[in-house]
Design a protein around this ligand. Structure first.
Ligand SMILES: N[C@@H](CCC(=O)N[C@@H](CS)C(=O)NCC(=O)O)C(=O)O
Length: 212
C-alpha cells in the first residue's frame, strides 16, 4: 500500500497516474501547494521544502517526482512502464526524465515562482519572461527528439509519456508559454496519453475544464 501526499494541478497527479497504471493500492493524503498554506507535519518531515509529490510505503518514503517515477517503474516491471536496466531504450528513458525534471520543470518554476529567482519584485517579470522562453526552448528540443515516434521512446508507451502529458497540463498561453499546437509531436503524444483510462480518472476535473 502506497501513500501519496497529493494536491490537484501538481506533479503528484503524474505519480497518481503511475499508481493507477500499475494497479497499486494507494491512499491520497491531501495537502496544498499554495504559498503560505500550512503543510502536514508528516509531509514536511520527509520533504522540508513542502513540495509534492511525496510517496510513502512500508516504513520508507521519498520525494522528487522523477525519482519516484523511476522507482515505481522499476519496482513494478509487470506494468511495462520502464525499459529494463539493460534495454537499448534505457539511456534515453533516463535522459528524458531527468531533462524534464531539471530543464523543463525549472522553466515552469521560473514562470510560476519568479520570486525564487529574482532578488526583488522588479526582477520577477523578467524571470517569468525567461521561464516562458525557456519552455519554448526545452519543449522544442523534446518535440524534435520525438520526431515521428509514436511514443517518446518509440513504439512502446512508458512512464515518460505520462510525465510529458503532465508537463503539458501546466502550459498557460496567457503566461507566455508556447501553445501546444506549436509543439505538434508533443501535442500528439499528450492527446494519446489523455485518452488512457488512468488519465481520464486522475485528470477528470482538468479535462472537464478544457471543455468549459
Ligand atoms: N523538483 C520537485 C518539484 C516539485 C514541485 O515544485 N512541486 C510543486 C507542485 S507541481 C509544489 O509542491 N509547489 C509548492 C511549493 O513550491 O511550495 C519534483 O519534481 O518533485
Amino acid at each position: 500500500m502506497y501513500k501519496l501526499f497529493y494536491a490537484s494541478e501538481s506533479a503528484s497527479m503524474g505519480v497518481r497516474v503511475l499508481l493507477e497504471e500499475i494497479g497499486a493500492d494507494y491512499e491520497l493524503l491531501e495537502t496544498s501547494v499554495e504559498a503560505g498554506a500550512p503543510r502536514p507535519a508528516a509531509q514536511l518531515a520527509i520533504n522540508p521544502n513542502g513540495w509534492v509529490p511525496v510517496l510513502m510505503w512500508e516504513d520508507r518514503a521519498m520525494y522528487e517526482c522523477v525519482a519516484i517515477t523511476i522507482f515505481l517503474g522499476d519496482c513494478h516491471p509487470e506494468a511495462g512502464l520502464a525499459p529494463a536496466v539493460d534495454a537499448v531504450e534505457r539511456g534515453v528513458y533516463l535522459q528524458t526524465l531527468v531533462y524534464f525534471s531539471s530543464s523543463v520543470q525549472n522553466a515552469f518554476q521560473l514562470s510560476y515562482y519568479p520570486d525564487r529567482f529574482a532578488d526583488d519584485p522588479e526582477g520577477e517579470p523578467g524571470a517569468q519572461r525567461r521561464g516562458a522562453r525557456r519552455l519554448r526552448e526545452t519543449l522544442g528540443v523534446i518535440d524534435a527528439q520525438i520526431g515521428a515516434n509514436r511514443w517518446v521512446l518509440g513504439d512502446k508507451f512508458t512512464a515518460v509519456d505520462i510525465y510529458l502529458f503532465m508537463l503539458t497540463t501546466w502550459l498557460q498561453t496567457d503566461r507566455g508559454h508556447p501553445p501546444l499546437h506549436t509543439l505538434p509531436n508533443v501535442a500528439r503524444i499528450s492527446a494519446a496519453v489523455q485518452a488512457r483510462p488512468s488519465v481520464q480518472l486522475v485528470y477528470a476535473n482538468w479535462i472537464a475544464g478544457l471543455d468549459g
